[in-house]
Every structure is written in structure tokens, then in C-alpha cells.
Design a binder for this molecule. Structure first.
Ligand SMILES: [Cu+2]
Length: 278
């Protein structure tokens, strides 16, 4: 059996990467939806960790309020029905209770607002970025450009033969671990949305506009997301796959990617059979 040198090279590289993964201490972390999952995906960034804690805090508060209201209802039904309470009280005002049921909800809402705003600011305030990736949503795939690193751009399409089903892509977005990645996103045709649940990011990709968000993945591995704005017939088939790697692996990938995508015309949309560049 004769392999082409390119295929051979790729096989060897695959073997080397698998070997490195084994040496560096086993399975890399990754996040994707699981069957029957009801919770949020595991966090891979500080922002997502805070989203999960905030979610858990709200869950406790809402559970306590629901149980309290349920208890009040049960008391009313049991103690104050027509049979057990034939002569109703004619009281219509109780100042203390009225002040309490106004003030306590206000205090609860203020208590929720404080961590909520803290989280919003953390999400919206982009720290000094180590790397910028420009993400363009197209019908129906994503393009990733690395403007600080040779300005190359490549397309990322869903791969039929790859696992996980409907999430695997041909060319993943690759970023280094523990680095602040600034994501700038736009739409080439209609509105798409770039969302990766385990990073805690979801941002609209709007034609004629550049939206910005950030993430800092703290664990290496593969992370999956999906376009999250209805964008046409293949909206469900333009997954997002982000590969978080070590600095050395990222540098090696950059060198290879610069060569691999060097022949990509600047307007990849036109080359992919879409409309001509304007
Ligand atoms: Cu889309």
C-alpha cells in the first residue's frame, strides 16, 4: 500500500499529536452537549464559571421563593376555606405586612442585581487581548481570520464524516490556552450568532457591523458551539469548533496554516461559490 507523502505526513502528525496528548497526562478537556443533559455545559473560561455560579445562586433564590409561595397557598386552602373558616375576618389593611412585602422583594432584587451587573461588566469589558480572531458568519459556514498573524483566512464547514455528529468541522478555529482571545464578528449575508456555551459567549454576527467579545480558555481541548440566530435553511448545519492548544502547538499550527491557506483568495465567500465580491 502506497500513501501519498501528504497523507503520510498528516498521519505521522496525528500520531505525534496523540503521543503528546498521552505524555502530557491523558485526556484533554472538551465540551459538547451530552444526551439528556439538563445542566449547563462544563465551564472552560472564568466568565462561564461565573455564569454557572450566578445561575446556581438564582436557582436557590427562585426555589426558596417558590416554596414560600406554595406554603402560603397551602395555608390559605387548608385554613381559610368556607368550611373551616365560615366567618371571614374583615381586616383589609396591615401596615407592617404591606411594608414587608414591598421591601423584602426590593432587597432580593437588589441582591440579585449586584452579582448580575458584575458579571455583565466582566463579559462586556474586553481585557487587553493576546490574540484577535475575526469570525465571519456566512450562509452556511464560518470563516476565521487571524489579522495579527499573517492575515490569513479560512473557511470552516460542517464535516459529514466527523464526530460529534452535526458539530465536527473540517477546519477548526485554533487558539492558545490561557490567553485572552478577542473575537470580532460580522455577517457576510444575514445575521448569524457566534456561540460557544462552555466559553460563555454568544454574540450576533451582523452584516455591516463589527461586534466584539472575548474569552480565555483555561483548559486545552475541543469545544463546540452552533450558530444561534436563525439564518436560513442550513442554520442548523454551521457548527463552531474551537480547538484550544498549548502555546507551542499554536505556534506550529500558525506556521502550517499560513502556508496551507496562503492560496485562499481574500474573499473566500466568492471562492466558495457564493456571490461575487462587491
Ligand atoms: Cu447562521
Amino acid at each position: 500500500m502506497k500513501m501519498s507523502s501528504g497523507l503520510m505526513g498528516r498521519r505521522l502528525l496525528g500520531l505525534a499529536v496523540a503521543g503528546m496528548a498521552l505524555v502530557s497526562g491523558g485526556a484533554a478537556f472538551g465540551a459538547q452537549p451530552k444526551p439528556w443533559e439538563v445542566t449547563l455545559q462544563e465551564a472552560a473560561t472564568p466568565v462561564m464559571e461565573n455564569i454557572i455560579s450566578f445561575h446556581n445562586l438564582l436557582l436557590v433564590i427562585i426555589t426558596l421563593i417558590t416554596l414560600f409561595v406554595l406554603a402560603l397557598l397551602v395555608i390559605v386552602v387548608v385554613k381559610f376555606n368556607a368550611k373551616s373558616n365560615p366567618v371571614p375576618s374583615r381586616t383589609t389593611h396591615h401596615t407592617l405586612i404591606e411594608v414587608a412585602w414591598t421591601l423584602i422583594p426590593v432587597l432580593i432584587l437588589v441582591g440579585i442585581a449586584v452579582p448580575s451587573f458584575r458579571l455583565l461588566f466582566q463579559q462586556l469589558d474586553v481585557p487587553k487581548a493576546d490574540l484577535t480572531v475575526k469570525v465571519t458568519g456566512k450562509q452556511w459556514y464560518w470563516s476565521y481570520a487571524y489579522p495579527d498573524n499573517g492575515k490569513f483566512e479560512f473557511d470552516s464547514l460542517m464535516a459529514q464524516d466527523k464526530q460529534p455528529r452535526l458539530l465536527g468541522v473540517d477546519n477548526e478555529m485554533v487558539v492558545p490556552v490561557n490567553k485572552v482571545i478577542r473575537v470580532q464578528t460580522t455577517g457576510a449575508d444575514v445575521i448569524h450568532a457566534f456561540a460557544v456555551p462552555s466559553f460563555g459567549i454568544k454574540i450576533d454576527s451582523i452584516p455591516g457591523r463589527l461586534n466584539e467579545t472575548w474569552f480565555k480558555a483555561t483548559k486545552t481541548g475541543m469545544y463546540y458551539g452552533q450558530c444561534s440566530e436563525l439564518c436560513g435553511k442550513d442554520h442548523a448545519f454551521m457548527p463552531i469548533a474551537v480547538k484550544v492548544v498549548s502555546d507551542q502547538e499554536f505556534a506550529a499550527w500558525l506556521e502550517a496554516a499560513k502556508k496551507k491557506y496562503a492560496t485562499n483568495p481574500a474573499n473566500t465567500y466568492a471562492s466558495a461559490g457564493g456571490q461575487a465580491a462587491q
